[in-house]
Design a protein around this ligand. Structure first.
Ligand code: KE4
Length: 434
């Protein structure tokens, strides 16, 4: 494939003239793995076709939303019909009430919900609401967790233990992140110390319950239970960022998974996105009525959005939820994910490559380590060169995994047994090259 035959390369060079890095979101630029990003021409079911007409089995699915696979007929029909009735009104519609009611039914820890247009907007709003509702400014987040690109959340761990964070991005003034504490995921000692030092000043603790932004790392049950207890003890709100895990790992999200081990477990606020929009711009945040009623127009915490609850996006979301609620949907999805993980693990073992896998529902991660990592620092010791060989080896064989070692993978209802078998066969060849 040379420059004048590779349309991905031509498009990438053209894009880089007019869009920073040639992409509208950094991870798409393949910076971490090198090579030319694949420009998607179209997608259907478990596949997409790039600008050269090359087909890929898609394990990204738009980073989570496409849980049904691309172009599910019932969803396409719902979007087409909604579009004919109007794109956006800036006025309330029945459909957003219906979607809100369904979300509350499926996530019983929430009594009220507000719809917005992106996970970043939902996370940012949840933090502002927690600060407004408690009258406190400080918050805890964890290294390796990503909650969107709101200023207060673009923070890396401070120098010392449980010290306040430093910006991870230019353009974020230090004073904006001075209230953000960054702790190590799954580190009970740091959690205890942070609450002992700052608990009474904490508005909230925000966590990805299964962290998909450091590939796939679970919070231990003990750690999750302690987060809950300490938030309750000090009056800080416990914010579950389920933008990725919501409706992805289970119909009730990760909170329903932890509730199996911790009776009565529930967060105070939940942030949702991705799957609830079915691929259209739609996200949400919600929680107990007393907290949510602090939001404008009822309460003093301002939050707004021109396209919030967009009628076409809510049609897409409702049609998606209708399909994932069918009996057996998650059992079948989880079985496929586990089959893929077992197959990859077997292929790696056969080639003598250290490899560990984990998954929940339709979300998965794999590591070039024998043991699953418990935090970001460990994930980042991955042999980048080996990962890139694995990524490109699979890509060359028509399998599209995440183009970064710190990202998770996603199964859809459209992936077939043959797709999984083909993926494992490709991996068997690639592992021999590692
Ligand atoms: P968006 O603003 O990208 O819709 O959502 C931000 C967000 C919030 N919380 C969690 C747990 C998330 O995973 C995300 C976004 N996830 C990334 C994938 N790692 C989106 C891909 C991208 O940034 O292009």
């Amino acid at each position: 494939m040379t420059h004048d035959t590779d349309r991905n390369l031509q498009l990438f060079q053209r894009a880089q003239k007019v869009i920073p890095g040639g992409v509208n979101s950094p991870v798409r630029a393949f910076k971490a793995v090198g090579g030319t990003p694949r420009f998607v021409q179209r997608a259907q079911g478990a596949y997409f076709w790039d600008a050269n007409g090359q087909r890929y089995i898609d394990y990204i699915g738009s980073w989570g939303p496409m849980i049904l696979g691309h172009g599910h007929p019932a969803v396409v029909n719902a979007v087409q019909s909604a579009a004919l009735e109007g794109f956006s009104f800036g006025a309330p519609t029945e459909r957003e009430v219906e979607l809100a009611e369904q979300i509350l039914e499926l996530v019983p820890s929430m009594q009220m919900v507000r719809l917005v247009s992106s996970g970043t907007e939902a996370g940012m709003s949840a933090i502002r609401l927690a600060r407004g509702a408690t009258g406190r400014s400080k918050l805890i987040k964890f290294e390796g967790c990503y909650h969107g690109h709101a200023d207060a959340l673009l923070v890396k761990a401070g120098s010392g233990l449980a010290t306040f964070g430093n910006p991870t991005s230019a353009g974020v003034p230090p004073e904006v992140v001075q209230h953000t504490l960054v702790l190590e995921y799954n580190n009970l000692a740091q959690l205890e110390e942070a609450f002992a030092l700052h608990g009474k000043d904490l508005a909230c603790l925000i966590i990805e319950p299964i962290a998909g932004n450091m590939n796939f790392v679970r919070a231990s049950v003990a750690f999750m239970q302690r987060c809950r207890e300490l938030c309750t003890q000090y009056g800080a709100l416990f914010v579950f960022d389920e933008v990725m895990t919501g409706f992805r790992v289970a119909l009730g999200g990760a909170q329903s998974v932890y509730a199996k081990s911790i009776p009565g477990f529930e967060p105070d606020l939940t942030v949702l996105g991705k799957v609830i929009g079915g691929g259209m711009p739609l996200a949400a945040f919600g929680g107990k009525r007393a907290v949510m009623e602090q939001l404008a127009p009822l309460g003093p915490v301002y939050q707004a959005g021109t396209l919030s609850g967009n009628p076409v996006a809510t049609a897409c979301g409702l049609a998606t939820l209708r399909e994932i609620r069918t009996p057996g949907f998650y059992e079948s999805l989880e079985a496929k994910t586990r089959r893929l993980m077992a197959g990859l693990k077997g292929a790696a073992l056969q080639a003598g490559v250290p490899f560990s896998v984990d998954s929940e529902g339709g979300m998965f991660g794999f590591f070039l380590f024998d043991a699953l990592p418990q935090n970001y620092a460990k994930v980042m010791t991955t042999n980048g060169k080996q990962f890139n060989t694995l990524f490109h080896g699979m890509l060359d064989r028509g399998v599209y995994f995440a183009p970064a070692l710190y990202e998770a993978g996603f199964m859809s209802a459209a992936h077939s047994e043959d797709d999984i078998a083909a993926t494992i066969e490709a991996a068997t060849e690639v592992f021999k090259k590692l």
